[in-house]
Design a protein around this ligand. Structure first.
Ligand code: HEM
Length: 144
């Protein structure tokens, strides 16, 4: 939680300098970074705190309704997020980064889809659960 909260806090500090992102986060609440960290932590197998205290997946979806987010904004969001992970020196082993990128790619596309007019919230949608995926490349940190 400490690392993810530091990551989202720094990410939203940098958002005002990104022309594509600044306007959409202009009115966000001060606890926004923490809520996003808690959400991502639960997805990655951490405590089920977003579900128990913040309304679960349906509540996250509600925050994106009618925001008319574009794919360009989505790409800027993901790029800034990953750049912030580098800036803060988060683990950069291929396994962790591929899992992180995989979830961000999936989740950010969902945010864009849910931000379009006519989206209905599925109150029973489960929280996504992201694992390490099937990492089967030749990378082996124990080799050499
Ligand atoms: C994995 C991807 C994402 C996750 C996990 C996520 C998660 C969340 C969560 C938990 C909230 C509610 C925060 C709160 O309670 O204050 C939120 C709000 C929001 N998100 Fe996302 N989000 C994602 C991607 C995106 C993307 C790609 C964009 C835009 C390009 C975006 C734009 C917004 C906006 C505009 C809000 C509302 C801000 C406000 O309250 O003023 N999100 N998101």
């Amino acid at each position: 939680m400490t690392a993810l909260t530091a990551l989202t806090t720094r990410f939203y500090q940098r958002v005002p300098s990104e022309p594509l992102l600044a306007p959409i986060f202009e009115h966000m609440g001060s606890d926004h970074p923490e809520h996003v960290a808690v959400f991502i932590a639960e997805v990655l197998g951490g405590p089920r705190e977003y579900s128990s205290r913040h309304g679960g997946h349906a509540e996250m979806v509600r925050h994106h309704l009618n925001r008319h987010l574009s794919n360009e904004q989505r790409k800027a969001w993901v790029a800034l997020f990953l750049d912030t992970a580098d800036e803060l020196g988060l683990p950069d082993d291929p396994e962790f980064r591929s899992a992180l990128v995989g979830y961000l790619e999936w989740g950010s596309r969902l945010a864009v889809i849910n931000s379009q007019p006519g989206t209905e919230v599925d109150e029973d949608a489960p929280m996504p659960a992201w694992g390490w995926g099937e990492v089967k490349g030749p990378y082996d940190p124990g080799a050499n």
